[in-house]
Design a protein around this ligand. Structure first.
Ligand code: HEC
Length: 125
């Protein structure tokens, strides 16, 4: 795994989650890396995907608007990831709950959506 700030944030977040299991030393600055802040600052490494993410997905998934699972929030994404990438891709393209079809990206390919979904779910490096 390459070291990147986004991975670092994920690690801190995972660490915060695991603190109750005594796996990590509690960090006095943990508030600075709250899930909400990470979700707002995480960005895809791929510049093209980053542009689409900001234009289409960021508005809802960075803040959790309309109960959208927040970017990089492993706990919020866990039950969704369990459905498998094919179901997530299908629901993104067709819409689900209060999420509009295509997540508002009308010219995204299936490959773009797959990359975006993996990023949102904190599954890409
Ligand atoms: C208008 C707000 C909005 C936008 C824009 C948006 N989403 Fe969502 N998204 C949501 C909401 C709300 C949910 C939760 C829906 C539910 O389960 O009821 C969601 C859920 C999802 C899920 C989980 C689906 C499942 O089966 O559990 C995926 C994947 C997803 N969004 C991907 C994307 C991608 C990729 C983009 C950008 C191309 C995007 N979303 C843009 C609001 C949005």
């Amino acid at each position: 795994m390459r070291f990147k700030p986004s991975n670092y944030l994920n690690m801190i977040f995972a660490c915060t989650l695991l603190t109750s299991l005594a796996a990590c030393t509690p960090d006095p600055n943990a508030a600075a890396s709250s899930p909400v802040q990470s979700s707002r600052s995480l960005m895809p490494a791929d510049p093209a995907i980053k542009t689409v993410y900001i234009q289409s997905c960021y508005g809802c998934h960075s803040s959790g608007a309309g109960m959208a699972p927040r970017t990089g929030n492993i706990a919020e994404w866990a039950p969704r990831v369990q459905k498998g990438i094919n179901v997530l891709l299908y629901n993104t393209i067709n819409g689900i709950g209060s999420m509009p079809a295509n997540g508002m990206c009308m010219d995204c390919s299936e490959e773009d959506f797959t990359k975006l979904i993996l990023f949102l779910a904190g599954q890409s490096d």
